[in-house]
Design a protein around this ligand. Structure first.
Ligand SMILES: CC(C)(COP(=O)(O)OP(=O)(O)OC[C@H]1O[C@@H](n2cnc3c(N)ncnc32)[C@H](O)[C@@H]1OP(=O)(O)O)[C@@H](O)C(=O)NCCC(=O)NCCS
Length: 220
């Protein structure tokens, strides 16, 4: 495992609980050196060891030069949130296109102890601020079975609306698809950020890939 990705600048954000730092393209050595807030672990259902499993997941992405881990951490070196952006695997719906300009936002999480302070919105703002993704497509598959109903008292559709509004504020739009995972629950959704400088060829390629079942995409 090599960890040679370049670090990106960092930004400081003031919250009512103090200053936090958002850093893009975090390297493995940084990820190893930081502690994880115990309120991190939504994707492992907060089971024992979920914070460490999340660290492993971050490291597995950070080793890849063209993928990224954005982290938010306190001045005491405690991770309180993060976003991962990676290429879909070759057998995944949009991975089959094999286009390096297509990315998946794999996860976005803020620690239970740090929610409602505007951190998720700031993370998304910083992720897209330098224009790196403006000639690329970033999609997010929102699957209701990953959502944190233990700590967020919203119905499934309120949760969906909350995420949609958050992602829309970062330039994502809701698109229809016949992807089997998305179709599995009516609250699931595909949101896509097509960068403003994405060329027509890539737009068309992505657009036609939304429906894989032949004529269905033409509405017959
Ligand atoms: C979804 C999540 C990332 C939001 O993080 P956050 O830092 O608390 O979000 P912010 O404080 O930036 O709020 C963003 C918007 O969502 C709204 N929001 C956040 N939590 C909310 C809640 N519990 N109820 C209603 N609205 C909520 C905020 O009001 C805000 O909207 P506004 O600016 O229009 O007021 C966080 O709840 C989380 O980690 N959840 C578990 C993991 C998850 O579900 N990830 C998404 C699927 S991958």
């Amino acid at each position: 495992m090599t960890c040679e990705t370049e670090e990106e600048p960092i930004t400081a954000v003031e919250t009512s609980r103090g200053t936090v730092y958002i850093r893009r393209r975090c390297r493995c050595d940084l990820i190893k050196s930081l502690a994880l807030d115990p309120g991190i672990g939504a994707f492992f259902r907060y089971n024992e060891g979920s914070a460490e499993r999340q660290r492993e997941l971050f490291m597995g992405i950070a080793v890849n030069e063209d993928e990224e881990v954005l982290l938010v951490y306190t001045d005491k070196g405690v991770i309180v949130g993060g976003i991962t952006v990676l290429h879909p695997g070759p057998h995944e719906h949009w991975g089959k296109l094999g286009d390096p300009r297509i990315y998946e936002m794999g996860s976005i999480e803020v620690s239970v102890n740090w929610r409602g302070l505007g951190i998720a919105r700031k993370m998304l703002d910083f992720l897209f601020a330098n224009g790196f993704y403006d000639d690329k497509i970033v999609y997010s598959m929102e699957l209701a079975w990953h959502w944190d109903f233990r700590h967020i008292e919203l119905t499934k559709f309120e949760y969906r609306d909350m995420l949609l509004a958050l992602f829309e504020s970062a330039g994502f739009v809701l698109l229809d698809t016949d992807d089997p995972d998305i179709r599995m629950d009516s609250a699931n959704m595909l949101t896509v950020r097509i960068g403003e400088n994405v060329d027509q060829e890539l737009r068309d390629k992505f657009w036609y890939s939304l429906f894989e079942t032949g004529d269905y995409r033409w509405g017959f």
